[in-house]
Write a protein that binds this ligand. Structure first.
Ligand SMILES: Cc1cc2nc3c(=O)[nH]c(=O)nc-3n(C[C@H](O)[C@H](O)[C@H](O)COP(=O)(O)O)c2cc1C
Length: 238
C-alpha cells in the first residue's frame, strides 16, 4: 500500500473514532443535564442506550413470567424505562425492531405515563424508537385518572409508570385491508409479551390490562385522533 493511501485511511479512521467519542460524550452530558433538573417537564428526553446482554436467561424469564399487581412505592430508574421501551418497540438493526411487523409497517406507538421515574417529570410521553427519546405529550400526574377509566384497578394508580401500547391501524389496513386489523392486534401481543419478559429480567412487575374505555384513554392522555389504545401495562418494583 502506498504511503499516501495509508495516511488517508489513518486520517479517516481517526475522524471516525473522534465522531464516536463526540457522540458518546454528548449523549452522556445530555442525560446528566436531564437528571439534574427532574422537576420541570422537558419536551424531549434522550434515553440511555439499552443493554443487549442480561443476567436472566430467556428460559428463566419465561418460567417466571406472571402478572404482578402489587408494587413498592419506589421510583424506577431512567435505565429501567429505557430498557422497557426498547423491548416494546426499540430499534435493533437498521429499521428492524424488537417486535415483528406485517410488511414492516410498524403501526404500534408506545406511550409512557410517568409518575415516579428518576430524572423524569410526571407526564404523558411518546416513545420515538428512531431517536430512542421520550417526547412530552402532556405534563401532569395521570395515574388516578387512568385507573378510573380502567374499572378503578388500583394497581394502575399505584404503579411508578404506565406503558400504553397503541396503534395507528390505517398504516397497516391501507396495505392489507380488513385483515390488517388482525395484524395490528398480533403486533400489540408481541410487544406486550416483550414488556412482561423485560420487566422480569429487571426485577420489576407488570400486568396486561384490557378492561378500559378506549375513548376515555385517548381523551385523557391527549392522544392524536388516529391513535387507538390497545393495552395498558402498569409497571413498578416488586
Ligand atoms: C387480553 C388480556 C386482558 C387482561 N386484562 C386484565 C385486566 O384488565 N386487569 C388485570 O388485572 N389483569 C388483566 N389481564 C391479566 C390476566 O388476568 C392474567 O394474565 C391471568 O390471570 C393469568 O395470570 P398470569 O398472567 O400471572 O399467568 C389480562 C390479560 C390479557 C391477556
Amino acid at each position: 500500500m502506498k504511503v499516501r493511501t495509508f495516511l488517508i485511511l489513518l486520517i479517516l479512521l481517526g475522524l471516525l473514532i473522534l465522531g464516536f467519542v463526540f457522540y458518546y460524550y454528548r449523549s452522556k452530558s445530555e442525560i446528566k443535564r436531564q437528571m439534574s433538573n427532574p422537576n420541570s417537564a422537558q419536551n424531549e428526553i434522550l434515553l440511555p442506550q439499552p443493554q443487549r446482554k442480561g443476567e436472566v436467561s430467556l428460559e428463566e424469564a419465561l418460567q417466571k413470567r406472571r402478572s404482578v399487581r402489587e408494587y413498592k412505592n419506589e421510583s424506577l430508574t431512567l435505565e429501567d424505562i429505557a430498557q422497557i421501551l426498547w423491548s416494546a418497540q426499540g430499534i435493533t438493526e437498521g429499521t428492524h425492531r424488537t417486535v415483528p411487523s406485517a410488511g414492516a409497517l410498524y403501526p404500534i406507538e408506545i406511550y409512557l405515563v410517568v409518575k415516579k421515574v428518576e430524572g423524569v417529570a410526571e407526564g404523558v410521553y411518546h416513545y420515538n424508537p428512531e431517536s430512542h427519546k421520550l417526547v412530552l405529550n402532556v405534563a401532569g400526574d395521570f395515574n388516578r385518572s387512568v385507573a378510573e377509566i380502567a374499572a378503578n384497578q388500583e394497581w394502575i394508580e399505584n404503579s411508578a409508570a404506565i406503558l400504553l401500547i397503541s396503534a395507528d391501524f390505517q398504516r397497516t389496513t391501507e396495505k392489507y385491508g380488513e385483515r390488517g386489523k388482525q395484524y395490528v392486534w398480533m403486533e400489540a401481543g408481541h410487544s406486550a409479551q416483550n414488556v412482561y419478559l423485560q420487566t422480569i429480567s429487571l426485577g420489576l412487575g407488570t400486568v396486561s390490562v384490557g378492561a378500559f374505555s378506549d375513548h376515555s384513554v385517548q381523551k385523557i392522555l391527549n392522544l392524536p385522533e388516529n391513535i387507538q389504545p390497545l393495552v395498558i401495562m402498569p409497571i413498578g418494583k416488586k
